[in-house]
Design a protein around this ligand. Structure first.
Ligand SMILES: O=C([C@H](O)CO)[C@H](O)[C@H](O)COP(=O)(O)O
Length: 208
């Protein structure tokens, strides 16, 4: 089980310094969507350069132009790029072709997918690598968390690896670990912690 640190709200220099502090507890470093919007692929390239031993994820949340946009992430050194599960199947197939051409992985973010079982089946038919259950920041603010969608995901996903994100922290980690996803994604709990190293360690320790 891997811990993915999501870096969403920092500039490049602060994010590199922050990641360096918590890196020993983290397996995948996510260059988050707001970060990518701010810094572009430079953020992905710099993280790949500074952390050659870590896997880098570019959280592009691709919606169109699957092959081209995923290629940007892989060219910059990302091991993973993300695409939205609500995208057209052609877009997902294009991004998956890019993943195969670069020998990298494609993560489908299932945020806002209404019929999760049907979309999981379609994504597995297309052959995507990883399906990510995701309760977004706006949904979290309305009191939602990803545990029920993770239960649906673990019941229906037969081939793809599973990731989960959405406000997970050291107090809630155990119920997510119990469902055995391959990747647990944590952003604000570590990023906003008084002691980020202790929070990252507590989360990683719960996964061991
Ligand atoms: O993907 C994310 C969100 O949409 C902002 O881009 C976050 O990286 C992801 O949800 C993890 O962050 P937390 O929910 O704060 O743990």
């Amino acid at each position: 089980m891997k811990l993915q640190l999501a870096l969403d709200e920092m500039n490049l220099v602060d994010a590199l310094r922050f990641a360096d502090k918590v890196a020993e507890h983290v397996d995948i470093i996510e260059v988050g969507t707001p970060f990518v919007m701010d810094e572009g692929m430079r953020g992905v390239r710099e993280f790949h350069r500074f952390f050659p031993d870590k896997e880098i994820l570019a959280d592009l949340k691709i919606m169109d132009g699957g092959y081209l946009e995923a290629s940007y992430a892989y060219e910059a050194g990302a091991a993973y790029a993300t695409i939205l599960g609500v995208s057209d199947n052609l877009t997902i197939e294009g991004a998956l072709k890019a993943a195969r051409d670069y020998d990298r992985k494609l993560v489908v973010d299932m945020i806002c997918v209404e019929n999760l079982p049907a979309r999981i089946a379609k994504m597995e038919e297309i052959g995507v690598d990883i399906l990510a259950v995701h309760t977004g920041a706006d949904q979290q603010a309305a009191g939602r968390e990803p545990i029920q969608d993770l239960q649906v995901m673990t019941e229906h996903a037969k081939k793809a690896q599973i990731a989960v994100a959405g406000g997970i922290n050291s107090k809630t980690i155990d119920k997510y670990v119990a469902l055995k996803p391959e990747i647990i994604i944590v952003g604000s709990a570590i990023g906003h912690a008084d002691d980020p190293v202790a929070e990252a360690k507590a989360i990683k320790d719960a996964m061991l």
